[in-house]
Each structure stands twice: as structure tokens, then as C-alpha cells.
Design a protein around this ligand. Sequence first.
Ligand code: COA
Length: 315
Amino acid sequence: MFARIVASQIYLPQRIVSNHELSESLDTSHEWIVKRTGIHARHILADDETASSMALSACQRLLAEQNIDPSLIGSIIVATSTSHTAMPSIACQLANSLGINDAFSLDVNAACSGFLYALSLGNDRIRHHNDHYSLIVGVDAMSRITDWSDRSTAVLFGDGAGAILLKSDPDTGLIGIRCGSESHGEELLRVHGNLHSSQPCTLSMDGKEVFRFAVDRLYTTSQNLLASHGIDPQSIDWVVPHQANSRILDYVTKQFDISPLRVVKTMAQHANTSAASIPLALHSLRDSGKLVRGHRLLFKAFGAGFTWGAAVCEY
Ligand code: COA
């Protein structure tokens, strides 16, 4: 049995903050941000929105569009590192709001690789626990952990949510997936602060070191995954990567010898939305009309931890 992606939906907050707007309060410029990252703008949530409310909006759209019987959803797996409550999990909040009973429901935190960790769990649920459907969500409210006075990180992130529905399929779907973590990297990308005190929690990063790790790990992980399944990189129709930085993707694309036209890039409009970035990019590819059933997709991500992951599937 395979886990096949049968639907996707997204939620992006209404407010769009351009590079020009950021440069009014930070010593930066539209030109610098575009040249170093490829980012033009980001969506930022309103005061009354949370990671949970964004996830719910994406899932409500998805279930309404698909007209799915909630009782057939066997698992809800939410990737996030910015839940505004410690408990219940966003997955359980979704189960409550959507009327889904008896589901295996949990949140996973693997930072920007979180969506692939959630996909891996959803794949296991369908293959080994007979779930008919598994609801996988990537959501992050990065603006809530951004240090808005730090120009080296404030320009990089955005907010959003993406949800996909996996369905058991006898013929095709997810072919392979690998996720892992490193025994170093904790200090290079982290959120400082403490949820048990009134200290603000803000992100800090050694951008150069993270860049180096990302290029190396995105390449080797994808290469190893494809080789272990005997898949020629040239047979990949679309690469749908985590959207951290356009230059990182350009380096990896060159190493991989794959046409840049087959690499989906959405960081210009979304910036880095952490766990939401892959489902947002997938949905934008779907909306473009270029993605058709049977296409081969390669997902890849890296994030704080360090964590990493890659997956290959037939759409
Ligand atoms: N606007 C203008 N100048 C900026 C700036 C900004 N927003 N941010 C940093 N700078 C300045 C620095 O202060 C530095 O100035 P200096 O030379 O006078 O000291 C200069 O630009 C170069 O900084 P540096 O950090 O070396 O730039 P960079 O080329 O490495 O680009 C990143 C910075 C953050 C864009 C880049 O390192 C990066 O993308 N790293 C990976 C980040 C990432 O993907 N994180 C998410 C992981 S999931």
C-alpha cells in the first residue's frame, strides 16, 4: 500500500509586508534582500491569528473542497515549532474543530524540516496502521519569534500554513523518505528565551554556517535517497524544496545537474515559512496547472537542530 497525495490547501495571512516596508524600520534595502535571498515579500499574521488558526483555515478549505467524511481520517499530524499553547496540540485542536474522532493526533517539531517528518509519520500510518486518510499540516507563525531589530534574520521569515491529504493507494504514491538530525548545530540556529518566563523568545542564526550546512545536506540527502531507490535524478519532474534562500537552491540545483526550471521557488512571495514552506510551494505548483498526476516529485528540507529530510513520490 502507498500513501498518495490527493489534495492540498493553504492559508496565508492577509497582510503582506514588502522589503520596502521593512527597510523603513531596519538598516536594509529591497535590493540587498533580493540579491542575497530571493525574497520580495512575506505574509504576516494579524494579532488575533495563531499557528493554530492558520492550520484550521487551511484544513477547513481542504475538507470543504474534497467533501471528505471526517470519520475516514485516521491521523492528523501537524509540523510546527510555533504553537501558541503547550497543550492540547494543534493536531488535537484541529480534531476538535473539524469533528474528527479516534484519530492518531500529534504535533511534531523538527523546525524547517518538520513537514517531511510529518509526512514520514503519515506514510507509516497509511502503510502500517491502515489509515484510509492522513491529514498532514505544516504551519508556522515565524513573525512571533522574530527579533524585529535584527536585520540579518528579520528579513528572512514569513507566516503561513499548508495542508495535504494522504490517501491509501494500492498502485502509487510515496516511494521513499528519509529524515534525520545532526549531533551539532544547536547553537547555530535557535530560539532564545524561555516559555516558562516572561522573556521574549527570539530567533538567532549564524547565517553563513547554516548556508554551508544546508547546501551540503540538501544535496547528499537527496542524492542518497534517489540512489537507494535506483531513481535517476533526471526522471524527477519537480523539485519542491524548503524555501529558505534562492541561492541555496541554485547551488544544490547545479550540483544535482537538474534544470532550474524544474525547481519550484516561492520564497519571493512567502519568504521562509519554516514547516509550511513545502506544502505552500506544492500548492502553488498545483495552482500553476503544471503538475499532473503521475509526475515524480522530490521534496527536501533542512532546519534548526540541525534536522534534514528528503522524500520522493509519484503525484
Ligand atoms: N540588509 C543589509 N545588510 C545586511 C542584512 C540586511 N538584511 N543582513 C546582514 N547584512 C550585512 C551584514 O551585517 C554584513 O555586513 P558587514 O560586511 O559590514 O559585516 C553583510 O551584510 C554580509 O553579511 P553576511 O551574514 O556575511 O551575509 P550573507 O551573504 O551570508 O547573507 C544570509 C546572509 C542570512 C542571507 C545568508 O547567510 C543565508 O541565507 N543563510 C542561510 C539562512 C537560512 O537559510 N536560514 C534558515 C534555515 S531553515
